[in-house]
Design a binder for this molecule. Structure first.
Ligand SMILES: C[S@@+](CC[C@H](N)C(=O)[O-])C[C@H]1O[C@@H](n2cnc3c(N)ncnc32)[C@H](O)[C@@H]1O
Length: 194
């Protein structure tokens, strides 16, 4: 991980285009230790993983390197962070030509961060959805819940930083403590779709 991200921007300094407003300039991440705790507690083996709001892509790359997934995908709205994830992807591919498949997508559909309706994003192929949505707008979170419910299938897993009551009726829930950059003991909500 260190080699892949050496010298790259860390995502904390952001230079948002004008249509992207204040809240997305605040950044936080799940730490490397936090990601390790996550894949040691849940079964990622052979799965298709997506991080919705992937920042500079660190979690996506770490999951690809260490968790035994088939594919690991990131989806991000801020172009500057997306660009860093693409630089990291190039290094990942050079170092791991036979590793898990990794891809990053930029959310360009609305140009507005308080929207999550993206006709270009197909959420159906994934098994595990991670969303560090603590600072997302209520409206975005509600649209996110609708998007997840639309692709809900038994056995799929949603891992959310901010619990969404809309998901309760089609899931069972647990929590898991992991390290985040802003809190060493942060409780994620884990939803298993029924
Ligand atoms: C707290 S960061 C999480 C980074 C990474 N997933 C992690 O946990 O380490 C959340 C990211 O979500 C992005 N984001 C916010 N709204 C979004 C949207 N509607 N679509 C895609 N990404 C979004 C932000 O730009 C930010 O980089």
């Amino acid at each position: 991980m260190e080699l892949i991200y050496q010298g790259l921007e860390d995502g904390f300094k952001s230079d948002p285009p004008q249509h992207i407003s204040r809240i997305e300039t605040i950044y936080g991440e799940i730490t490397e230790k936090g990601v390790t705790a996550l894949y040691q507690s849940l079964n990622f083996h052979g799965k298709h993983f997506i991080d919705i709001g992937s920042g500079v892509g660190k979690m996506v790359i770490q999951i690809a390197l260490q968790a035994g997934v088939k594919t690991s995908t990131g989806y991000e709205i801020l172009p500057s962070r997306f660009q860093v994830s693409c630089q990291a992807l190039k290094r990942y591919q050079d170092l791991n030509p036979d590793g898990a498949k990794v891809g990053f997508f930029l959310n360009v559909s609305t140009g507005e961060t308080n929207q999550f309706q993206d006709p270009l994003l197909d959420l159906s192929p994934y098994d595990i959805y991670f969303i560090n949505n603590l600072l997302w707008y209520d409206k975005t979170n509600q649209q996110l819940a609708e998007a997840l419910l639309a692709v809900a299938r038994p056995g799929k897993t949603g891992i959310l930083a901010k619990a969404l009551v809309d998901l309760n009726r089609l899931t069972t829930q647990t929590t898991l403590e992991v390290e985040m950059t802003w809190d060493p003991h942060y409780r994620l909500t884990i939803y298993t779709f029924l």
